[in-house]
Each structure stands twice: as structure tokens, then as C-alpha cells.
Ligand binder design. Structure first.
Ligand code: HEM
Length: 406
């Protein structure tokens, strides 16, 4: 199913071959920033940039670095490359496609969603009552984003286990050894997911409700309504973009509070207004994302000669630790000013459409949690290396046990 699009395999560039090393790639990022900031990987014919200014330039400059590409880091299923796909196109066409989706993410719609999201957060926190130890990934980081997206798209939230299962498989990263098996599983997941969504789209076209799928059935692109297939693919695309990423953010927030700095929880407890800045600091400090582009013209903007058609990876997680932008960048500091200049949501024309939603979910979840629990503590036996899985955003936690004080 992914025959057309050749994958760029990041762990073959980093050579960080254990899961644990993938979880803490920051020493490697530093080495690259200091010694090989513009690095050519000959095995895969891929350029790599690590400095903040370079990464930002790659993300902004669509004339030199295009999103119309034949190779990719993110395993985007072929069927998602439809006319309504917002990510695989450059301006000016990009603007029309983005306008279709962006109505759903205006500040007004977010305001309307606020009580729905708070309701989901409250329910998840109520489910933690009475436990001395919980797995925060299972209790919050997984269910919150998938329930929110299911609700906003207008698909039944009791089906969230199905949706999460399909979305995990569809966006599973490829690796060389299990390529054929992963591809086969993705094919099955896509077929099942499409069969599940189709009747929902047909129903909403006839009887629109207050949700994004209904909006998409009414939306027009170049004077024509989107087809059922295009609506289905847009819905799957939104799930792919917003589900696992937000789960990773929520898990990493709790990991950073427990392991990356002293007394962070008590500082938040004493002053809840620190919550939004703490969330931004996690996005800066512990979100090892990368994005890729196609070099669209021969160029030497970064020094070495890059040729049209080559791939380039912008290492966002490395840019976010660049000392030229963030003093003491390797220190996790929830009081840091200016940390929202991080690039975890991208930059330029493709800047994350869901950033306000992800921020709202994370801020609400963290504030409500801190209000409810007097303290949290590490579980001694926890060994991070045994609780990691590969994900498109680098290594992510499969579970994170935390002790609760009520
Ligand atoms: C912590 C959570 C999230 C992170 C770190 C994140 C990160 C990103 C990044 C880095 C990009 C830029 C891609 C590029 O430059 O090619 C992006 C684009 C996008 N994101 Fe997010 N995202 C998050 C959550 C969400 C959510 C919740 C949604 C929607 C429900 C969403 C929808 C999108 C869409 C539609 C795009 C494509 C925009 C375009 O190409 O114009 N994201 N995201």
C-alpha cells in the first residue's frame, strides 16, 4: 500500500538503535548541532539540519523545500493522498485546502468545544479516584485525545478503542525488517476504517449535525463538494495528525514533571497559572519530532550544495534545544520565558492546525489533575526502557505508572 512513497528511516540516520537511546536522543542532537549541523546521509540520500534557524527556514521556505514529495518520514497511506489532503501540497493550492479545515479550528469553535473537552477530562480524572498508583498513559494520555477527536468528528465515542487501534496501525513507523508485515497490517486497518466511516459520512450528508464530518460534507473545494471518499480521508487524516501526537504530549508532561526537574508538581500546585508555560516547556524540551521536505531547486543556502529532488529532514527536537535560542536549553524550566518559540508545532504555511486544540486539551488536563491531587511521585521499579514503543514522533511511552496523593 505504501509502494509509491519511499520511507526515510530516521533510526538508520541516528544509529540510535536501542529504544532507550531513542528516548533520549538529546546528546546526539547536540553533537550534530555542534559538529555536523548540515549533515548528508549518503545511504538514504537525505540532508539533515539541526540548528533552529535552519529548521525554521526549511519549514517556512516552500519554494526551496517543498511538501510535494515522493519520500516521507511519516507513513502516510497512499489513499490519504486525496484532493483534500492539506499536508502534501504547497501554496497557493495549499491555502484552499487548508481553508476547508481551518474553519473547524477558529477561536470561536474552540470556545464552543471547551465545555465538551472539560467534561471528558473530568470523567477521566474521576476514574482515577481511589487508586494509589495509576498508569497515566492508559487513564489519560490515550483516552483524552481519541475521545475528543471522535466527539468533534461526530463518530460515536464508545468506538474509540476501534478508532485508536486503526489509527495506531495506520501511522506505525516502518522498519526494514518487518516492512511487508507492517504494510499488510496497514492495508487491513485502512480497509476496516474506511468501511466503518463510510456509512457515518453518508448519514451526515443527509442529516448534518454539529461536527466536523458534517461540516466537511457541506464544504466546497474549487466549486465542487468533497466526495464521500474525500470526506472519509479528511477525517482519517485529522485523526492521524492529532491523536498520537497529543497522547505523546500528555504522557511526556507527566514524565517531565516527575523526572526532568525538582519539585515541579508542587510549583504548579502553588500557582496554577504556570500550567500553560509548563506545557510549552514540555513541547520544547521533550518532543523529539522531525519533518521532511523535498529540495525543490538546487541550492547552497546552508553551505553544501543540495540537489533538486533530494530529501531533507528538519530535526525539530534538536532545534528546540539550540542554545542560540534558548539559554541553558538542556534544563527543563517551567518558568522559562519565550519557550513558545519552540518549533514542535512546525512553522510557516503548514503550522499545525490543531495546535490550539492540543494546547487546550493539555492545559485543561494538567490544571484539572493538579487541582484534584495533592501530589504525585515516581514508582521506584519503573524502568523507562521497558515501557517504550516506536512512534512517528520518536520513542513514546506505552505506560507511565505514577503514585497519587489525595
Ligand atoms: C501535541 C500535539 C501536536 C503536535 C506536536 C503537532 C505537530 C504538528 C506539526 C509539526 C505539523 C507541521 C507538519 C509539516 O510541517 O509538514 C502539524 C501539522 C498539522 N497538524 Fe498537528 N500536531 C499536534 C496536534 C494536532 C491536532 C490535535 C490536530 C487536529 C485534530 C492536528 C492537525 C494538524 C493538521 C491538519 C496539520 C497539517 C497542516 C498543514 O499541512 O497545513 N495536529 N502538526
Amino acid at each position: 500500500m505504501n509502494g509509491k512513497r519511499q520511507m526515510i528511516l530516521l533510526n538508520e540516520i541516528t544509529k540510535l538503535n536501542t529504544k532507550q537511546a531513542g528516548w533520549e536522543p538529546y546528546a546526539w542532537y547536540k553533537e550534530m548541532r555542534d559538529n555536523s549541523p548540515v549533515y548528508y546521509d549518503a545511504e538514504q540520500d537525505v540532508w539533515n539540519v539541526f540548528l533552529y534557524d535552519h529548521v525554521k527556514r526549511v519549514l517556512f521556505d516552500h519554494e526551496l523545500f517543498s511538501n510535494k514529495k515522493q519520500r516521507s518520514l511519516i507513513p502516510i497511506p497512499d489513499r490519504l493522498e486525496s484532493r483534500s489532503n492539506v499536508n502534501l501540497v504547497d501554496p497557493p493550492d495549499h491555502r484552499k485546502r487548508r481553508a476547508l479545515l481551518s474553519q473547524a479550528f477558529t477561536p470561536r469553535s474552540l470556545k464552543e468545544w471547551e465545555p465538551r473537552i472539560q467534561g471528558i477530562v473530568d470523567e477521566l480524572i474521576a476514574n482515577m479516584e481511589g487508586f494509589l498508583t495509576i498508569d497515566i498513559v492508559e487513564k489519560l494520555a490515550i483516552p483524552l485525545p481519541v475521545t475528543v477527536i471522535a466527539d468533534l468528528l461526530g463518530v460515536p465515542s464508545q468506538d474509540r478503542h476501534l478508532i485508536k487501534g486503526w489509527s495506531d496501525i495506520l501511522f506505525l513507523p516502518y522498519n526494514t525488517e518487518a516492512y511487508a508485515d507492517i504494510d499488510r497490517r496497514k492495508g487491513i486497518a485502512m480497509k476496516e476504517f474506511v468501511e466503518y466511516l463510510y456509512p457515518i459520512v453518508l448519514k451526515k450528508r443527509q442529516h448534518p449535525e454539529d461536527d466536523i464530518i458534517s461540516d466537511l460534507t457541506k464544504a466546497e473545494l474549487e466549486g465542487e463538494r468533497l466526495t464521500d471518499e474525500e470526506v472519509v480521508m479528511s477525517a482519517i487524516g485529522l485523526l492521524g495528525a492529532g491523536n498520537e501526537t497529543t497522547t505523546t504530549l500528555l504522557s511526556n508532561i507527566f514524565y517531565s514533571i516527575l523526572y526532568d526537574g525538582p519539585n515541579v508538581y508542587q510549583q504548579l500546585k502553588a500557582d496554577l497559572s504556570l500550567v500553560p508555560n509548563a506545557v510549552e516547556e514540555v513541547l520544547r524540551f521533550r518532543f523529539p519530532a522531525s519533518m521532511d521536505r523535498r529540495v525543490a531547486q538546487d541550492t547552497n543556502v546552508f553551505g553544501p550544495q543540495m540537489k533538486e529532488g533530494q530529501a531533507i529532514v528538519a530535526w525539530i527536537g534538536a532545534a528546540n534545544r539550540d542554545e542560540s535560542q534558548f539559554a541553558n536549553a538542556d534544563i527543563f524550566d517551567i518558568h522559562r520565558s519565550g519557550n513558545q518559540r519552540h518549533l514542535a508545532f512546525g512553522a510557516g504555511p503548514h503550522f499545525c492546525l490543531g495546535a490550539p486544540l492540543a494546547r487546550m486539551e493539555a492545559n485543561m488536563a494538567l490544571a484539572s489533575f493538579v487541582k484534584r491531587f495533592a501530589g504525585i511521585h515516581r514508582v521506584e521499579a519503573f524502568d523507562v526502557g521497558e515501557h517504550l514503543t516506536e512512534s512517528i514522533a520518536g520513542q513514546s511511552l506505552t505506560s507511565l505508572p505514577i503514585g497519587l496523593q489525595t
